[in-house]
Structures are given as C-alpha cells and as structure tokens.
Design a protein around this ligand. Sequence first.
Ligand SMILES: *Cc1c(COP(=O)(O)O)cnc(C)c1O
Length: 425
Amino acid sequence: MQKDTAVFNLIDKELERQRHGIELIASENFTSLQVMQAMGTCPTNKYAEGYPGKRYYGGCEVVDEIEQLAIDRLKQVFNCSWANVQPHSGASANAAVFLAVMKPGEKFLGLDLSMGGHLTHGSPANFSGKTYHALHYGVTKDGIVDYEQLENLARTEKPKMIICGASAYSRDWDYKRIRAVADEIGAVVFADIAHPAGLIAAGLLNDPFDHCHIVSSTTHKTLRGPRGGVIMLRHDFENPWGLKDPKGNLRMMSSLLDLAVFPGSQGGPLEHVIAAKAVAFGEILSPDFKAYGQQVISNAQAMATAFVSRGYNLISNGTDNHLMLIDLRNKNLTGKKAQETLDKAHITLNKNAVPFDDKSPFVTSGIRVGVPAITTRGAKEADMETVVNFIDKVLMNADDEAVIAAVKADVKSFMQQFPLYTELG
Ligand SMILES: *Cc1c(COP(=O)(O)O)cnc(C)c1O
C-alpha cells in the first residue's frame, strides 16, 4: 500500500513544531520514544472486553499478560493493592468513579472550575454537573483551598462524595483534613491527581492514598505516559456506603469500580495504549524518575522566582508543584492576548481564569505555566531565567511584530540544545 503522505507529512510537521517550541502547557509532557512506539503496535487490533483472565473474546492470552503487567507496575508505583488501567482518559476514569459511587441527582462537592477545578468536578457543561447535584468550594483571597468553606458545605449539605484535586492549583493538598470532615458525614473522598501524579509517585508531595478512599489520574501529564487514565485503591474494602452493583448486590469497592469502567462506561480496552502505560510505569519505577520529579519542582521554583522578580503576580505567591498561575491584570494584559501573542513566538501555554476573575473564560485574566515538558527536554534552573526573559519580552511588546519575530528566532535556537526524538531523524 502507498504511504499516506497527506497524514504522515502532517505528523512530521507536528514533530517539528514540538522540537522548536517552548512547551509550557502544564498538562503536557514528552513521552519516551519507547512509550510512543508501544502505542503504535498490533494490540490495537485486539478486542479484549473484560479483564485479564475474564474476557468476552478468545485470543486474549497475550493482552492479558500486557494488561496484568501494567496493573502490577502501577500498583508498585503508588504502593496500592488494586488498579484499573483501562480508562481511555482522565475524564473516563472520573466518569467510572461517579458511576460506581453516585446515583443521579445525589450531591457531591468539588473545587470550582473557575478556581482551578476540572470540568469533571461538576461543571454544568459536563456529565458530572448534568447528572449529579454539584456543589463547589473555592479558594481564599490568598489562593489557597478554602478548607473552612469545604467543611461548612460538607456539614450543611452532606454530600455523598468529596472530590479533591485540580487542574490549575499550585499548592499541595491537605487530604487529612478533608478525610476528617468526610468521616463526620460518612462521605467518600475521591482524589483526582491527574496533574501532580508524577510528583506524588516520586514521593515529593503529600500522599493522597493515606487518606482518600479512591484515587484517579491521567497517565499523560506528570506521569509521562501515553494519553489515558487509571483508577486506584491503596486498600480494597467492603464499601461502608451500601453501594450496589447493577444487579443489586453489595460488592467490594474494587469490583464496583471495575464494573463501572467496563461494562459501565466503556467498551473494549485500548491494549496498545495499556502496553504503553506499562512501559511508562516501568520508567517511573526506575531511579531516574525521582530525579526528574525533583528537577520539575526545582525548575518550577526557579521560574516562579524569575516571574516575581519581574513584577508578575503569582496566585498564592508561589508553587509547591509543577505549575504556577499568573494574574496579568497589573500588566494590563488578558490571558487570551498573552496566549495568542506567545504562540507567535512559539512559546505555548494556556490562558486561565484566576480566582475571582472578572473576565469570561474565553478571555480570562491569567495564564497557567507548567514545567514538566521542558524539564523532560533537559532544561535546568538557569534555563528558567532565559524562558521567563523570552516571555516577558513578548508580553511587554505584545503589539510589536519585530520583537516577537526576534524572540521566535531566539526560542528556536535555544531549543536546539534540547533535542527531541533524535532517533526519528
Ligand atoms: C486533565 C485532567 C482530567 C482529564 O483528563 P483527560 O485525559 O483530558 O480527560 C481530569 N481531572 C483533572 C484534575 C485534570 O487536570
């Protein structure tokens, strides 16, 4: 068959874009070549509805081994006793948790989207907000999770589930405090660690497994794996909430979650992606990964310092993790303008609402900046100063095309010291 040049030329073009640009989208990363290669393989041809050893199709003996290896490695990564590696994405993992725990119309508590939360934590535009009764806590004026508000809402509203986790929050979480109020009202605590999972795996942030009943994550952010999701339990348990399977039987939590992924909300698993997840989990178990996590935090600190010294206003004044949220109002810029202007210089990040934002989600007053991807490329603390210089120059000359073009050229030559996928030519 003739090579489909229309598609493969575009893929090559995307590779060049990734090579030349400075990638600061906090949810992105670069997988190893092995992880990428595993994704483009023959398990994509296989139907394997069910779980290892309990499939609805024949010929699953090899994909059983692949999936079991992914499960075993993930359990080791997070020191947990049960894991499901089938969710196609973080949103699918969360859909399964909701399905296992909640009946339509029941109440749950999550961080407000406009304060750093995620769509699947109860946005009216999302299944979570449409199907269930979403209640939201926010952050204080200082940009820290408003635990008092969370506790008050929990006590007065008695939600069935409390979600902790965020997409744009630069501080660590007090899981213990959330569990304490959940125990008062008998609620399920569900941690969505999609963003900081890699730092948690490296032991560099509080461990949600110590206090949360259920934990979900994406695999493609700080975990540096293929695009996908996972659900985990440190200890399996007989659910104390009387949750039942579709036939009305009480079940162990692991079994309710397995049923909620398949057949509850997904069909056949993506075994080629699960193979790539297994490769990524293997990389996380190597000693190099802890060093990566430490470099991420160190780079984020260096970048935060560089922004603050140039008069940028960081929400909560800094960061504990891999990202920071910057309020651009004192610089007379919107998030939208900043994102679009930086894009022209091949510096990629996203506009983001800041807490108590007065602008629409399409405009916003802020930007979210993350270092996982450039850290994978090999950038160190001193490079953060250079990157912030580029950003500052563009933002302070947002209407000067000549300055932007000059920075774009500087960005391209700067990134040449951090080669990407050299084996691909
Ligand atoms: C990214 C993210 C998700 C969703 O992941 P997708 O793979 O894009 O569906 C869920 N929760 C949080 C907190 C996230 O940041």
